[in-house]
Design a protein around this ligand. Structure first.
Ligand code: SAH
Length: 349
């Protein structure tokens, strides 16, 4: 077992063992698990039918960690909500609730900070502070469900951090959120986005064939990708595309490629042609994201005309592609910007 010393990171099996280890009856584990993962309690005192002695013995070795709301922004345009949360050690992370016709989708963070170093991304600027525990990923969803009183039906792991750089915790989170003893969210409603850590793509496809995978591509060849994403120096495009193809064949599911359009870097018609050739024959969807300018970097968003032309070329090659609809435009929903902004405002950025 990983070194997760908090009660909400334990799965049912482990919790049952721990309950037995402190000399309590095994059925207590199911009760405690229900309070933690279905009733979404914030403090052990809320476990009404669990004797105080049992709670105390458990919490002595396993503290209850979670997230605490620091700030909340609500979009006047589309109801998107952004949450800035503090972890128990003061680290800040952010999560977003997006309301769609098909349900409520929560975008969660998987690490406090990030060490992948993608050039256009605000989350990575301060580096990686630490990995998050499964409980801290889960509690972002729980806290948002508590705060809004509305059921969360979809999860995207696209907030701060590289989920495949915190692989075991990510897997544990997916197992627990899709468990019938928890919120029982369908694995088909979960999407994980990676910058392309190739061996983990294989491992993930084997372990979670129902989960949608999104790969941050952002360039149609190695040279261009290396300029935007340091990870491209570790894994060549060819290896990445092989792994993508493995996912598609293993799972029978469509893969998503994210492609952030940066003015004059990767948004020319010939780049679209190259991209079309690269993904030809693969069951995929390309998500074009007009890059969100980050003030420390001088990357600019592509113009509407270039974005349309880019999309048109992909469509001509019969490649499914859409331009991502921007949610919560009025509340600066872009990756890592809330957390960074708060740190700067409070003088410790
Ligand atoms: N580490 C994961 C999840 C990160 S964020 C990954 O790399 O996929 C989700 C997506 O937003 C990624 O595709 C990421 O490259 C993209 N992104 C990050 N900063 C951005 C910005 N300023 N503008 C547009 N897209 C950005």
């Amino acid at each position: 077992m990983e070194n997760w010393k908090d009660i909400r990171s334990l799965n049912m099996e482990e919790l049952t063992e721990e309950v037995a280890a402190v000399g309590e009856k095994r059925f207590r584990a199911k009760q405690v698990y229900g309070w933690l993962h279905q009733k979404l309690i914030r403090s052990g005192d809320e476990m009404k039918n669990v004797p105080a002695a049992c709670r105390e013995k458990l919490f002595e070795s396993f503290p209850l960690y979670g997230v605490t709301e620091v700030e909340r922004y609500v979009s006047g345009i589309d109801g998107t909500m952004k949450f800035l949360f503090a972890l128990h050690d003061g680290n800040l992370i952010e999560s977003v609730l997006m309301k769609y016709k098909h349900g409520n989708s929560v975008c969660i963070s998987s690490q406090a900070g990030c060490r992948m170093g993608c050039r256009f991304c605000a989350s990575t600027l301060p580096g990686l502070s630490r990995n998050m525990y499964p409980s801290e990923m889960l509690d972002q969803i729980y806290a948002i469900q508590r705060a809004t009183g509305e059921r969360v039906s979809h999860i995207v792991v696209m907030g701060t951090g590289e989920p495949f750089d915190n692989f075991e915790a990510l897997c544990r989170m997916i197992e627990m959120i899709s468990d019938e003893n928890g919120l029982n969210i369908s694995r088909r409603n979960i999407t994980v986005s990676t910058c392309g850590i190739v061996p983990k793509i294989y491992a993930f496809a084997d372990r979670f064939p129902q989960v949608t995978l999104a790969i941050s591509l952002h360039a149609p060849n190695d040279t261009m990708r290396r300029e935007l994403m340091p990870i491209a120096n570790r894994y060549a495009m060819e290896e990445l595309m092989e792994a993508a193809s493995y996912y598609v064949h293993k799972t029978g599911r469509r893969i998503t490629f994210e492609y952030s359009l940066v003015k004059d870097q990767n948004d020319h018609p010939e780049h679209a042609q190259m991209l079309a050739a690269l993904v030809k024959g693969l069951n995929c969807h390309i998500n074009l994201i007009p890059v969100n300018p980050v003030k420390e970097r001088d990357y600019e968003q592509s113009g509407q005309k270039n974005i349309r032309a880019f999309l048109h070329i992909l469509e001509k090659h019969h490649i499914q592609a859409t331009v991502r609809r921007e949610m919560g435009r009025d509340i600066s929903a872009a990756c890592g910007q809330l957390r960074k902004g708060y740190k700067e405002r409070s003088g410790n950025g």
